[in-house]
Design a protein around this ligand. Structure first.
Ligand code: PG9
Length: 612
């Protein structure tokens, strides 16, 4: 093009011969009350881990709160001028009080280098390398205390779920600068009762997680479901293994390891952290925290705390169970499903207990002594504190017997039995279908879902006490102790302890007649003689199935009833038991799934309740 006529010359500063995109901009951030550093912290083997550090402006002598996560450290922080707005809500109390916050991607995830291994087992037979999340936490704390000159050299660790697992790993051989820790709903034993299985029954929603977590360093794939109802989707596929096959899971090393180890063999035993923590107890003051209706990690915190207390390390370890779904400690805690509390139980706890706990150990501030245990009583809508919370084998229990006429009582019946037909073609839903595993509101509240819709099914046995004339207070872990026969060769048992509200309930009319599950679990019957060694049922022969149910601190109020429901499936959350004994339930064939008649015997069958 011919240049137009101009009246002044072209000077060099008018010409861009390169690019206007700098790629390297250092924002001055005027008005920001903190500095954000993103650093790659070297581990002992040279692998570098991406760490986002927020330091208040003009900070001096502040402690550091560290969270290690597989869920993208960068996503924990927004670009906002005030640190309290920039960091995730759960850090706000710390920021207001004056803390440095450090969030790190664990090895192999998001911005970090190295190889990702699902809840990487500690160094040893399952991890032949020279690092694990204990050494990675150690190296990180060492680097932080040496390189963040605004710190006072003390570090606290916190985090929920996977991040709670990372806190627990740090405690196995803690850096001396780690002065306080709060594993929140930590994943401790994926087979026994946390994310992957409960007593051997596989949690099929894990499959979404495996794909999301192990198909990419960042956020991975999701299952491209054909339909919107997971009840039908999983039913049509057949076994969990068949479902996984349809969606290409054979390509995932982690799935292949899980699928090859359906029983509690060395693979699971060697990574059960409750036993490891008790064998390597630390002196770090620690709060083991979880929800009473934690739909993902109901098992880990309480069992680890109990293991420590049992092995004589109760003094620096505390137990907290709040009225929360999984990780609700870090969200608002005013309600749980239809249940309403007096105020925000999460924020109040964080402000009044959690922060003072860290302040006591990281800032030498005086704090009221923490009780051994603090558990919310949802029926009384208040926290209760305990100087001596019982470990399961030390608690006194009263058998609450199943009785003829679908009654329930503390007096032992002479005998009798009840039967139902469990049909794998029509498993009992854990949530009224359609079920969408992705529906957060339903997933987080399924453990408090009204049980009336399933109570009317012919394959759900329902026993209840008369209307209570006095309060019944339960403190501890109930045990299901069920004696049953089946016409099949394998069976699952689900036992639910339920608070039945009075038919009309003026305080909250929508709860009239509500059947609120307070403690429930599933047990895969083939493991009744030992978790490592599955064993078939002999058709028609009585077998005892005894298992621990989730811990309760609950008052069944006068005017309510206690109910126990028994069934053989909780689908599609748990995979179906084919009811035919097969070597590996993951790969049961369609012809293995058979109806069975299950008969429960009165006399011995009971729920052992730790009644006060
Ligand atoms: N419950 C989730 C999880 C923990 C550990 C392993 C896998 C999943 C979580 O919320 O992080």
């Amino acid at each position: 093009l011919a240049a137009p006529a101009i009246s002044a010359p072209v000077t060099p500063d008018m010409v861009q011969a390169g690019s206007d995109v700098t790629g390297k901009f250092v924002a001055p951030h005027p008005g920001y009350d903190y500095e954000k550093r993103v650093v790659m912290i070297p581990m002992r083997d040279g692998v570098k881990l991406n760490t986002v550090i927020l330091i208040p402006k003009n900070a001096k002598g502040l402690p550091i709160i560290l969270e290690r996560t597989p869920y993208n450290a960068g996503g924990f922080v927004d670009d906002k001028p005030h640190m309290r707005d920039a960091a995730r809500g759960a850090f706000r109390e710390f920021i207001d009080d004056g803390y440095i916050i450090a969030i790190q991607d664990i090895r192999g995830k998001h911005g970090s280098n190295g190889a990702y291994v699902m809840t990487r087992p500690p160094m040893g037979p399952l991890n032949p390398s020279k690092t694990d999340d204990t050494t990675d936490a150690w190296d990180t704390i060492d680097w932080l205390t040496k390189n963040i000159k605004q710190s006072n050299g003390r570090v606290g660790m916190i985090g929920s779920s996977y991040d709670g697992w990372a806190v627990t790993m740090a405690l196995l051989a803690p850096h001396p600068a780690l002065k306080a820790a709060v594993p929140e709903s930590p994943m401790i034993d994926g087979w026994m009762g946390d994310d992957w299985f409960h007593y051997g029954a596989f949690r099929q929603n894990s499959l979404d997680y495996y794909l999301g977590q192990t198909t990419a360093r960042g956020r991975g794939e999701s299952i491209p479901r054909e339909g919107s109802d997971d009840y039908l989707g999983y039913l049509d596929a057949g076994s969990a293994g068949a479902y996984a096959e349809i969606y290409g899971f054979k390509q995932l090393p982690w799935w292949n390891r899980v699928a090859a180890h359906p029983a509690y063999d060395a693979f699971w035993q060697l990574q059960a952290l409750d036993k490891l923590v008790a064998a390597h107890p630390s002196n770090v003051p620690t709060i083991w925290l979880q929800g009473l209706w934690d739909q993902e990690d109901m098992y880990g915190a309480i069992t680890t705390w109990e293991a420590l207390k049992r092995s004589g390390h109760g003094a620096n370890n505390h137990l907290v169970m709040g009225p929360w779904y999984h990780s609700q400690i870090n969200r608002t805690g005013e309600t749980l499903g239809p249940l309403k509390w007096n105020g925000d139980t999460s924020a109040d706890f964080r402000k009044n207990v959690l922060l003072p706990f860290f302040n006591a150990h990281l800032k030498d501030r005086a704090a009221p002594p923490l009780p051994e245990a603090m558990l919310f009583n949802a029926a009384e809508k208040r926290w209760e504190t305990f100087a001596d919370w019982p470990v399961a084998e030390k608690q006194a229990v009263r058998p609450l017997y199943l009785k003829p006429g679908f009654a329930l009582g503390f007096d032992k019946p002479a005998g009798g039995e009840d039967s139902y037909v469990s049909d794998p073609a029509k498993p009992v839903p854990f949530l009224t279908p359609p079920v969408d595993f992705d529906n957060h509101a339903r997933w987080t509240t399924w453990l408090v879902e009204d049980q009336r819709p399933v109570a009317t099914r012919p394959d759900v046995l329902v026993y209840q006490t008369p209307v209570l004339s006095d309060d019944v207070k339960v403190e501890g872990a109930p045990f299901a102790d069920i004696f049953l026969k089946t016409t099949g060769t394998d069976a699952d048992v689900v036992v639910k302890v339920i608070d039945v509200y009075p038919p009309s309930y003026a305080e909250q009319p929508e709860l009239g007649g509500y059947q609120l599950p307070v403690s429930q679990d599933i047990f895969r019957g083939r493991y009744r003689g030992g978790f490592a060694h599955p064993q078939a049922f002999k058709p028609g022969e009585t077998a005892e199935i005894k298992f621990r149910l989730p811990t309760m601190n609950y008052t069944f109020k006068r005017g309510h009833r206690i109910m126990v429901q028994i069934q053989s499936s909780l689908f599609p959350l748990y995979d179906r038991n084919p009811q035919t004994f097969v070597p590996n339930v993951f790969f049961a064939k369609p012809s293995d799934f058979k109806k069975a008649t299950i008969t429960i015997e009165y006399g011995p069958s009971a729920v052992l309740l730790p009644v006060k």
